[in-house]
Design a protein around this ligand. Structure first.
Ligand code: 5GP
Ligand code: ZN
Length: 113
């Protein structure tokens, strides 16, 4: 499997992992677009949002829960933050392993695309 994020999960590619449990891991984005830019992913290889089934609802909920906890830990709760998931080519997804971006620490763009 040559998926970059699967290789981060397995430890083959080093990353700044700041949280992990049996379902998800979170690490700092290598090219941060904000003072805080974290990536939250499922350990399991899911290519994109479009590949989720109804049975994955709890997994997505867990990713959001972890993101909220990390946002709190990064001191973002009061001023706010953004969670974003890009899906597919026109959605701006470059890494084909489902991931949630957590962005914060500055006033983010008023537009989403
Ligand atoms: P996408 O455009 O697919 O939604 O976002 C992919 C994100 O993964 C980008 O923000 C990019 O900087 C980040 N990224 C790509 N490769 C690596 C890597 O090897 N390590 C880390 N920590 N982040 C990566
Ligand atoms: Zn993967």
């Amino acid at each position: 499997m040559d998926c970059i994020f699967c290789q981060i999960v397995s430890g083959k590619i080093p990353s700044d992992i700041i949280y992990q449990d049996e379902e998800v891991i979170a690490f700092r984005d290598i090219k941060p677009q904000a003072p805080v830019h974290l990536i939250i992913i499922p350990r399991r290889h899911v290519p994109s949002l479009a590949h989720l089934s109804e049975a994955d609802s709890a997994l997505v909920g867990r990713m959001v829960e972890v993101a909220n906890q990390l946002a709190k830990g990064e001191g973002l709760s009061q001023n706010g933050y953004r969670l974003a998931i890009n899906c597919g080519e026109e959605g701006g997804q470059l890494v084909p392993h489902l991931h949630l971006h957590l962005l914060g620490g500055r006033r983010l763009s008023d537009t989403l695309g």
